[in-house]
Design a protein around this ligand. Structure first.
Ligand SMILES: C[S@@+](CC[C@H](N)C(=O)[O-])C[C@H]1O[C@@H](n2cnc3c(N)ncnc32)[C@H](O)[C@@H]1O
Ligand code: SF4
Length: 346
């Protein structure tokens, strides 16, 4: 039975070739062909004849099917991809200065059930495999090259689509290794950000196994009762433990810990909330990304006015905490943070 080429890291492929006694140059050539040169048909250039035969017999190169594409006026693009079992996920390209950040999904749905998140309302259907994660990138890249060849560069990857990436650690880790491989896409580790709701067992593995990849922690409140309501896993992995762990920066790293703070009207957007957050984070090596709530059908929450978000930032500024307001993009096509969903019937 054939297995997907896109599930293998370079060392894994090298091991498979070595076991077959095939020339060791093959895996590097294949990575270069499929990832750098963006080819989808099997590689035949420079590959030994017996390697070509082995690849033809043992590997498939299928990618997820592109179900629908929506483009918003601000040039955000939302893709709905369908996998072999007909389950679907959304992936978003977010433009900035003629380049793109890709927001990738790691699961179909999500088990964390955060009360403010459209994906959370779906429950978890299943984890995505490495090739399904890689496939989102490759297909989005292909669409971009075909439709916007003048600005087709994807420079950053954020695991901020559907799912809790640290809850699908093995597949996400392998996908990151492939994104970082020199023969392949050659991304720098700081160009990849994994966002987590604070799944502590996954954070522990991140620190041990891939600390160079950026982490962003969804904070949203340092007040236990509020965070419990927003992010139910806070009851199991309390925010103090998550913050303490995330702030112990792995050796050799100088970057800040990023906290995402989702602002919900009349829930966590008061002056008092800002001061409590400011006092909890003052003097630490952290950076806050303020995200105004993005509404979706059926939600009980509302987005604060922009002047309220600005005011909240001013209070955090007074604690000298570097804070940025994340500009909402793609919300008119439900492509902004937390609005992704696999479609009504999935
Ligand atoms: C969709 S999550 C995926 C990554 C990971 N599961 C997490 O929670 O961090 C990415 C970011 O979007 C935020 N988010 C979720 N729902 C949102 C909404 N309705 N409006 C704005 N941000 C939202 C999350 O809190 C998180 O910071
Ligand atoms: S915010 Fe993240 S962890 Fe929470 S339900 Fe949505 S995708 Fe899952």
């Amino acid at each position: 039975m054939r297995t997907s080429f896109y599930q293998y890291t370079l060392p894994e492929l090298q091991e498979l070739f070595a076991l077959q006694g095939l020339p060791s140059s093959g895996p590097g050539l294949m990575f270069n062909w499929h990832y750098k040169k963006r080819k989808t048909e099997p590689c035949v250039i420079d590959l030994a004849k017996k390697s070509i035969a082995y690849v033809a017999e043992n590997f498939s190169f299928d990618l997820p099917t592109l179900d629908t594409v929506h483009e918003s006026q601000d040039k955000t693009v939302k893709f709905l991809f369908k996998f072999k079992d007909d389950l679907k996920v959304e992936t978003v390209l977010i433009p900035f200065n003629g380049k793109y950040t890709i927001c990738i999904s790691s699961q179909v749905g999500c088990a964390m059930k955060c009360s403010f998140c459209h994906t959370g309302t779906q429950g978890l259907k299943r984890n995505l495999s490495t090739e399904e994660i890689i496939g989102q990138f490759l297909e989005a890249q292909r669409w971009l090259s075909a439709n916007r060849p003048e600005d087709d560069r994807i420079l950053n990857i954020v695991f901020m689509g559907q799912g809790e990436p640290l809850h699908n650690f093995d597949a996400v880790k392998k996908a990151c290794e492939i994104f970082l491989t020199q023969h392949g896409l050659s991304l720098a580790p700081h160009k990849i950000t994994i966002s987590t709701a604070g799944y502590l067992p996954g954070l522990q593995r991140w620190k041990a196994e891939m600390p160079k990849v950026n982490i962003a922690v969804s904070l949203h409140s340092v007040i236990k009762e509020k965070r419990d309501k927003l992010i139910p896993i806070n009851q199991r992995y309390p925010v103090e433990d998550v913050m303490k762990f995330a702030e112990e920066i792995p050796e050799g790293r100088t970057r800040f810990v990023t906290y995402e703070y989702l602002m919900i009207k009349n829930f966590n957007d008061s002056d008092e909330d800002a001061h409590i957050t400011g006092r909890a984070l003052a003097g630490k090596n952290v950076y806050i990304s303020l995200i105004p709530f993005n509404p979706f059908p059926g939600t009980e929450y509302e987005r604060p006015e922009m002047h309220e978000v600005d005011h909240f930032k001013t209070i955090l500024d007074s604690y000298k905490i570097p804070t940025l307001i994340r500009k909402t993009k793609g919300d008119e096509i439900l492509a902004a943070c937390g609005q992704l969903h696999s479609g009504k019937n999935k």
